[in-house]
Design a protein around this ligand. Structure first.
Ligand SMILES: N[C@@H](CCC(=O)N[C@@H](CS)C(=O)NCC(=O)O)C(=O)O
Length: 210
């Protein structure tokens, strides 16, 4: 398998799942601005959306979209136990993946983090943040994880919450969310993936500034 990723982007979740599973994979860094892989390939030719994550499967076809890639990896490595076997629980995991992807990642964090977004757009996105984080706060006051045990939805949410300080979202207002983020981030695979990608992110920033 080959995972196309950009440092500290949402593709960090797929890397984390691969680490949790102890899976062998090639990690190909994509310069999200230039839309080129670090080994010189035109990324538009690989993923016409120009986005990460994209996963080249062992069979050679390309899978995109966080929700799909995360479920695919969890199903490819069932021993990691990152997706519950029960159908109702799986449905709720998919509900969370949809919530994280559309309500948090895209509706709140993309505009807040996009330097091209206007002040009005950022204010609109910030306005949306409270209800969504309130919803998480209420759930996480009662539960250690989004659904049952630790799994792919927790991994994706932890990645999105990593962006909060850079987006001007102060998680102190949602203490159960903050504590959950700290707890998930302490897992070995999560911490390793974060540490490695943060170093790659810093290097990317350094090269861009040079
Ligand atoms: N709908 C896609 C969105 C993925 C996405 O937004 N990826 C970001 C990184 S977190 C990206 O590649 N942005 C660059 C771009 O949109 O050009 C998914 O859920 O996988």
């Amino acid at each position: 398998m080959e995972l196309f990723f950009s440092p500290m982007a949402c593709s960090l979740a797929s890397r984390t799942v691969l680490y949790e599973a102890g899976a062998d994979a090639r990690f190909t860094q994509v310069d999200g601005k230039a839309k080129r892989t670090l080994d010189g390939r035109d990324y538009w030719q690989i993923n016409p959306m120009g986005q990460v994550p994209a996963l080249r499967t062992a069979q050679g076809w390309l899978l995109t979209e966080n929700a799909a890639v995360l479920q695919y990896l969890a199903e490819a490595f069932p021993a990691a136990g990152l997706l519950p076997p029960d159908a109702d629980a799986r449905a709720r995991v998919r509900q969370w993946l949809g919530f994280i992807g559309t309500e948090l990642h895209k509706a709140v964090f993309v505009p807040l983090l996009d330097p091209k977004a206007s002040t009005d757009v950022k204010a609109y996105a910030m306005d949306k943040a409270a209800l969504r984080l309130d919803t998480l706060q209420a759930h996480l006051q009662q539960h250690d994880h989004l659904e049952g045990g630790y799994g792919i939805a927790d991994i994706y949410l932890a990645v999105v919450l990593n962006w909060a300080p850079y987006a001007g979202v102060d998680l102190d207002a949602w203490p159960a969310v903050k504590a959950y983020h700290r707890r998930i981030s302490q897992r070995e695979a999560v911490a390793r993936a974060l540490r490695e990608e943060f170093a790659l992110y810093q290097e990317e920033q350094r090269l861009r500034a040079a």
